[in-house]
Design a binder for this molecule. Structure first.
Ligand code: Z5A
Length: 210
């Protein structure tokens, strides 16, 4: 199975991914956990370029191509081999992040993004995507509780940007109800985990029977 976690920053993606990893491992599954951008040596270098505040002048299309390049590398080098080996792949962000952030957020043409997403992934799509839905104020409250207080290049965008991104995710979920499941990210960590597990079990059973 291939499962992605999406949502604005501080929605709790990493927290839920780790809990689902533990759940699969308790069931004897071999799990690969990955994140975007990153997950390969090249991808981690691209991540540094993308998030560094030193690149304030990065153009929107350069940003789009860098995210796509990191994804192409990760898909070929890690995701496809892991799926071929029968491992479960859990990923913190995948191509929906590009649709939400560069498409709905930055306003780049969605049809062009769709073509790039397909080229970068070669059609390797998640079986299931959890969209953790959180509003901007709640995200910033969680950020304020974080110790280091550091803000990367993308986190420093304004409220309107993050509201467009959030609404973009909700549109993706409306467009693809079979794959994408929206979860209210203000619930407790345990409540959200229970929803994630329930939905995963349902999809897991469907796949076994198909
Ligand atoms: N980006 C893009 O623009 N285009 C793309 O194609 C891709 C990415 C792939 C990557 O950032 C940035 O790149 C990101 C999108 C953009 N920018 N933004 N903004 P990243 O990978 O460094 O980080 P992130 O994914 O945005 O956020 P994060 O800080 O890793 O957040 P998270 O994984 O969603 O949350 P968390 O680490 O699990 O939890 C955050 C805190 O909240 C932590 O203290 C938790 O204990 C707490 N938490 C978690 N769940 C709860 C609940 N349920 N209640 C209360 N508190 C909670």
């Amino acid at each position: 199975m291939f499962i992605s976690f999406e949502g604005i920053d501080f929605a709790g993606k990493t927290t839920q991914l780790e809990k689902l990893r533990a759940w699969f491992e308790e069931r004897g599954e071999n799990v690969e956990t990955l994140r975007e951008p990153g997950g390969t040596a090249l991808g981690e270098r691209i991540r540094e370029l993308l998030l560094s505040a030193a690149h304030e002048d990065m153009t929107e299309s350069a940003e789009l191509f860098l995210f796509s390049a990191a994804r192409a590398q990760l898909t070929r080098a890690k995701i496809e081999p892991a799926l071929r080996d029968g491992r479960v792949v859990l990923i913190d962000r995948y191509y929906d992040s590009t649709t939400a952030y560069q498409g709905y957020g930055r306003g780049l043409p969605l049809d062009e993004i769709e073509i790039l997403n397909r080229a970068a992934t070669g059609g390797t799509n998640p079986d299931l995507t959890f969209i953790l839905d959180l509003d901007f104020d709640a995200s910033r409250r969680r950020q304020a509780e974080r110790d280091d207080g550091a803000t990367d290049r993308i986190e420093s965008a304004d409220r309107d940007f993050f509201e467009r991104v959030r609404n973009g995710y909700l549109t993706i979920a409306d467009d693809e109800p079979d794959r994408a499941r929206v979860i209210d990210a203000t619930g407790s960590i345990e409540t959200i985990h229970e929803i994630v597990v329930r939905e995963t079990e349902r999809r897991y059973a469907e796949r076994k029977n198909s």
